[in-house]
Ligand binder design. Structure first.
Ligand SMILES: Cc1cc2nc3c(=O)[nH]c(=O)nc-3n(C[C@H](O)[C@H](O)[C@H](O)COP(=O)(O)O)c2cc1C
Length: 452
């Protein structure tokens, strides 16, 4: 990188401005004036997607206590579907009760699978027929970030001095055993069967952001275990689950969202080995060989280095201001997706990191697709703020500047404060109040902590 720059909020006006900034930073940001490629079809697993847009998985923390989708869950996905993306990647959904990240996380069970079926049907009904939207459900176990009853109940695959201290974990906190991981494979299998019964087209075995399967990918220091040490062992859980789902539910598309780089030093982070992402590329090759036609690439850990996975103007309360310009983070995300896409052109890679770019995102996305750096463009926070952005772009060739995501971390803040997640700025009727209530709750909790 040519020059270091301190963090600054977004202030890019046009492509020339973006190119100038990228040059100064020594980073590569693709750009194309021709955005028609975003609306070119893509064949994935025998399905023709109408365009190159995907809605990224984003937890809404609005499930019913039994894990079934709640009213706001339905609303969110119906808005996403009406927005016109060809692929909707449903949020992290727990496969066991103790693996939930919060008491309002989705959790799929035989008792509530009908609720998920209604969610699928309701989502499809809001998508136009021409879109024939592809629906993928992300299956997760939250591992060290499990909070099934709202308090931390960490389930840890490997001790990590950087991450343990944040959770107050002592070095003798027991690790999840190989036997328990074997059992957990069954839970993923069972959840995949339920997802198929609910009508999802595919399942994602979530392996990103430091949750359990992600932590296993980095379990270099996990000793005397079938799930630690060598690449073979560290990828065992993910690959065995993928292979077993494929054998048991052959009709289901199998994919994974994985962190190509955790932003943690070796031996505690996956993808920290070389700049060339050697291990992540190898993992992607193995997933593809097992029949995954689609992969979703992310980076980092939202609890430790949120700017790596979600370049932003403002951090959550108490979060550090990153020591880099968000454009550097965007470039890193684009590079990570390109590393996987270029190594395995036959797989459709969903890229991440576009929301911070505001009105410039379509040109950057079109540039990335034109270069063969990515097949699909994933939208996260922007979709919460502006669910109709794809439809507007197709109809008008431009986006509404009043609807852009401010990358203010308000949605992440609501999540931290225990509320229902949405955009407090652009969907304020519901979420401005969620935000305020959450902040008030957090202030009360801090007061209590002070008095203790
Ligand atoms: C409120 C919130 C919830 C999220 N939940 C998930 C999730 O369930 N699964 C996941 O893989 N990523 C999750 N993410 C990360 C997003 O999918 C996405 O990678 C990130 O926001 C960066 O994309 P963006 O710049 O378009 O927002 C979440 C992000 C936010 C802000």
């Amino acid at each position: 990188m040519a020059a270091q720059a301190r963090h600054e909020r977004f202030q890019l006006s046009d492509g020339a401005d973006l190119a100038r900034c990228a040059r100064q930073l020594g980073v590569t940001i693709p750009f194309s004036d021709d955005i028609r490629t975003l609306f070119s079809p893509l064949d994935v697993a025998g399905r023709r997607l109408p365009n190159r847009f995907a809605i990224h998985p984003m937890e809404g923390c609005d499930a019913e206590p039994d894990g079934a989708p709640g009213p706001l869950t339905f609303r969110r996905y119906q808005r996403f579907a009406a927005g016109g993306s060809g692929l909707i990647w449903f949020e992290a959904t727990a496969v066991t009760p103790e693996g939930r990240a919060n008491p309002r996380q989705l959790w799929i069970t035989p008792a509530n699978v009908d609720g998920f079926r209604r969610l699928v049907d309701g989502t499809r009904a809001c998508s136009s027929e021409k879109h024939n939207v592809l629906l993928v459900l992300q299956l997760t176990h939250s591992g060290r970030y499990a909070r099934p009853d709202g308090t931390p109940r960490p389930i840890v695959a490997q001790h990590n001095p950087v991450l343990d201290s944040r959770l107050g974990l002592s070095p003798d906190h027991p690790l999840v055993s190989d036997g328990e991981l074997d059992q957990l494979q069954e839970a993923f299998l069972h959840a995949a069967e339920l997802a198929a019964a609910a009508g999802f087209d595919g399942v994602d075995i979530k392996a990103c952001h430091g949750y359990l399967v992600s932590e296993l990918l980095a379990a270099f220091a996990r000793a005397d275990s079938r799930y630690g040490g060598s690449l073979e062992n560290r990828t065992r859980f993910l690959l065995e689950v993928a292979g077993r789902i494929r054998a048991r539910v052959p009709s289901l598309l199998i994919t994974s969202r994985f962190s190509v780089h955790d932003g943690l030093p070796h031996p505690y982070g996956f993808g920290a080995d070389t700049e060339e992402f050697a291990e992540p590329v190898e993992l992607a090759r193995r997933l593809h060989a097992l029949g995954s036609p689609l992969l979703n690439v992310s980076l980092g850990n939202p609890y430790h280095n949120p700017h790596i996975g979600r370049p932003h103007d403002m951090p959550v309360a108490g979060g550090a201001t990153p020591d880099e310009l968000p454009l550097v983070g965007v470039a890193r995300l684009l590079r990570a997706a390109a590393a996987i896409q270029r190594a395995i052109p036959a797989v459709a890679v969903v890229g991440t990191g576009y929301s911070w770019l505001r009105h410039l995102f379509p040109n950057v996305a079109a540039g990335a697709i034109a270069r063969g750096d990515v097949a699909l463009v994933g939208l996260g926070r922007l979709a919460l703020a502006y669910p109709d952005c794809v439809r507007d772009l197709e109809a008008n060739g431009a986006l509404d500047p009043e609807m852009m995501c401010a990358t203010c971390s308000g949605c992440s803040q609501i999540m931290r404060d225990g509320g229902h997640v949405g955009c407090r700025v652009r969907d304020s009727d519901i979420y401005a109040q969620e935000y305020r209530q959450g902040r008030a709750w957090a202030a009360g909790r801090n007061e209590q902590d002070k008095r203790r």
